[in-house]
Design a protein around this ligand. Structure first.
Ligand code: RIB
Length: 304
């Protein structure tokens, strides 16, 4: 049976609601705060698990031996994510400090903690397989993610890499090796342009950046564009698009992660590109209607 394995970050999100997000040097008073489960990796695992039958999504990550770590493990378990690959270390559990404004926008600072010590060896050998859909982001060490990606690709598995956030210091050579180990690259508009520039793109709009990445890297590049939906560009020059739902967002945190999780689930189920994009866009829109990264993530029934 196929398995989606998410190798990535697990955080607790400390989320403060504010009228406007503080600028540098400014202090603003929050209307309140909440302690929620997050981390791009864990969010993507939960999003995929919500739309699949039990036992189809596994998390490989690292938390601290502290209350936050246990909270994150319990949350993954409660959402039907397999947690055998989650290790507990001496470092503190990763923590994200998030401000969410009245219009649903956010600003996020991540203290990586235990995520920074996640090693490739944490990946179970049985999941280095042709039946694996591996999902990666950029919140755990790049060398670990890259090694796992290469091993899954060598075994004939699928690798979905969400290039978020794009590290300031990601060099051209690293990006090229990342693309070599990737089947499907997922970026937002800003990430598409930043990554394409690192590879010598001449400039233009975010769609031309995504098309450039697809051709240059020999990957399918999916670019998400918030209320404008998403587009998939393939290395042979073909492409598809899907719209987002028209909604009034409460909290956009985790919308991109919901997109990636539902995308991974759809590809693993063997759905076609257009259907996969449409479901992932709908899921990401619905996720914006709940507070926090995971509360608004839909079930399969809400996508049809
Ligand atoms: O993408 C949203 C996530 O980014 C949050 O849950 C936070 O933990 C950070 O990793």
């Amino acid at each position: 049976m196929s398995l989606i394995t998410v190798f990535g970050s697990i955080n607790v999100d400390l989320v403060a609601g504010v009228d406007t997000i503080a600028r540098p040097g400014e202090t603003v008073l929050a209307t309140g705060y909440a302690t929620l489960c997050g981390g791009k990796g864990a969010n993507q695992a939960v999003a995929a698990a919500r739309v699949l039958p039990p036992g189809r999504v596994a998390m490989v990550g690292r938390v601290g031996r502290d209350g936050f770590g246990q909270l994150c493990i319990d949350n993954l378990n409660a959402n039907g994510v397999l947690i055998d690959g989650v290790t507990v270390g001496r470092e503190p559990t990763g923590c994200a400090f998030i401000s969410v404004s009245a219009d649903g926008e956010n600003a996020i600072t991540v203290a990586s903690g235990a995520n920074g010590a996640l090693a490739a060896e944490a990946m179970p050998a049985a999941e280095l397989a042709a039946t694996t859909t591996l999902v990666l982001q950029m919140e755990v060490p790049f060398v670990s993610s890259h090694l796992v990606a290469r091993r899954v690709r060598a075994a004939g598995g699928r690798v979905i890499w969400n290039l978020a956030p794009v590290p300031e210091r990601l060099r051209e050579a690293e990006l090229r090796t990342l693309l070599e180990a990737t089947s499907v690259l997922v970026v937002n508009e800003h990430e598409a342009c930043t990554a394409a520039q690192r590879l010598g793109w001449a400039g233009g709009d975010f769609e031309s950046a995504a098309a450039f990445l697809a051709a240059e890297g020999g990957v399918t590049c999916i670019v998400t564009a918030g209320p404008s939906g998403a587009r998939a560009f393939h290395p042979d020059g073909t492409h598809q698009a899907a719209p987002a739902e028209r909604i009034v967002p409460i909290d956009t945190t985790g919308a991109g992660d919901t997109f990636v999780g539902i995308l991974a689930a759809g590809l693993d189920e063997g759905r076609g590109w257009r259907e996969v994009l449409t479901r992932a866009c709908r899921g990401a829109s619905l996720a914006c209607l709940g507070h926090g990264a995971q509360r608004g993530m839909p079930t399969a029934g809400q996508l049809s």
